[in-house]
Design a protein around this ligand. Structure first.
Ligand code: ATP
Ligand code: MG
Length: 397
């Protein structure tokens, strides 16, 4: 197969491949960008694989960065764009189900493609658009199949993260994992416990934001992968239900975690350890607590001004998205209008400050904070106009 029209990203990178080839080495486009181009999807990063060793690559280009030199990766900087260029490698023994014990550079493309996870990810493309397909990845692409390269049992035993990658690709591409590959996931699911949570988190998030999350989630449940994820063990029924409730991907990772927290019925207090076990950032934890609270309200009733104000303009759409996935009516338009109609959007818009209140005789200290909080509530709920004189009078009454 030869692609006649390459996306601009590949066109721009052709001179880089040509330079490597002119020096007597081989160089190919590899990975997700080749797969996505054949599928007619937009590409986000161009990866290059080459027979040249890292030092040989560095000798060919003026500007390079050692982004992962131990693993054979050098970034070539060309006209303001960075290209990750990785020497062909074969990965030999794995003793920890995570990372190869050693990386061996090889001169053979076939060896390099053999170590890749799925046949659709083991395609290579020459700079002229000719596709090299040593593992029938093109047929699998056409049939929408995810199939491990080589023996699936061995491949998941070597690197357990590949199981999560399989379910995320099933979701992102809306593809089927072929039975033999799925059976090997079932057999090795418990090895997911050996993988750093941060890496599982990335794949889980990509699964939820993918095009067909219900597909990835169904395999995630059937194979038992869910049992080896932090704090999922007690929520089998909720996760199972989600695999039918989710008709399309969530719009963000915040929406994903809010969906899980709300579906699991977690309180704000319970959300903290849950998300900490998933290694989420503090900012994510706060956002999920806020959005989940409004989502729970939306599941039963329309929110009042104070509830909306507390969630705010950034997170209200997340709460609405989650509640509507879980069966509540979609109130997007109405909530936006209600938010815009609020007398203030932020505490800082309050017409009186702490300083104003102190000048009017209020003592500094905790009661000042409480008073400001009360003023905020009175204004948001329309009981007081947002005018300095009215606020000071209320505070000093
Ligand atoms: P995306 O579109 O999300 O970037 P991708 O297929 O490019 O998808 P990457 O994680 O960027 O995924 O990896 C690039 C390529 O490296 C993959 O296409 C695959 O060939 C190979 N690869 C990545 N992770 C693994 C792994 N754990 N085991 C084997 N091969 C892998
Ligand atoms: Mg990629």
């Amino acid at each position: 197969m030869k692609l006649e029209h390459l996306p601009n990203e590949f066109e721009a990178a052709r001179p880089v491949l040509q330079t490597i080839e002119a020096a007597g080495y081989e160089a190919y486009f590899v990975g997700g960008s080749v797969r996505d181009t054949i599928l007619g999807k937009a590409i986000h990063d161009v990866d290059i694989a080459t027979s040249a060793y890292p030092n040989e690559i560095k000798g060919l280009f003026k500007r390079t960065v050692d982004t992962g030199i131990d693993h054979g990766t050098v970034m070539i900087l060309d006209h303001g764009t960075g290209y990750e260029t990785t020497t062909f490698r074969s990965e030999s023994t794995y003793t920890d189900f995570r990372r190869p014990d050693q990386v061996t550079f090889v001169r053979s493309l076939q060896e390099d493609l053999k170590r890749r996870d799925f046949t659709i990810n083991a395609l290579a493309m020459r700079e002229d658009g000719e596709v090299i397909d040593l593992f029938d990845g093109l047929t699998d692409l056409e049939n929408h199949h995810i199939r491990a390269v080589g023996d699936p049992q061995e491949r998941f035993h070597e690197d357990a993260l590949r199981m999560m990658r399989a379910v995320r690709f099933a979701s992102q591409l809306d593809f089927d994992i072929i039975p033999e590959t799925e059976a090997a996931i079932t057999d090795h699911a418990q090895l997911l416990a050996k993988i750093a949570v941060e890496r599982t988190q990335v794949e889980l998030q990509k699964m939820f934001t993918g095009k067909a999350p219900q597909r990835g989630l169904a395999v995630f449940m059937r194979t038992g992968l869910w049992q080896y994820c932090p704090d999922f063990a007690a929520h089998e029924n909720d996760l199972q239900a989600l695999s039918t409730q989710l008709q399309r991907g969530t719009s963000s990772d915040t929406a994903t975690w809010t969906l899980l927290a709300t579906k699991f019925g977690l309180t704000a207090t319970a959300i903290t350890p849950f998300l900490k076990h998933w290694k989420a950032a503090n900012q994510m934890i706060t956002a999920v607590q806020t959005a989940s609270r409004l989502a729970q309200t939306l599941l039963t009733t329309a929110p009042n001004a104070w509830q909306l104000y507390q969630c705010g303009a950034d997170l209200t759409p997340v709460a609405n998205e989650v509640a509507s996935i879980l069966g509540a009516p979609d109130r997007a338009t109405e909530l936006t209008q209600q938010l815009q109609a609020l007398p203030i959007q932020h505490k800082k818009e309050l017409a009186a400050t702490g300083k104003d209140l102190m000048q009017a005789g209020v003592q500094p200290g905790p009661q000042l904070g409480a008073l400001l909080g009360d003023l905020e509530y009175q204004v948001v709920t329309g009981q007081l106009p947002n005018e300095q004189a009215a606020l000071v009078a209320y505070a000093t009454a």
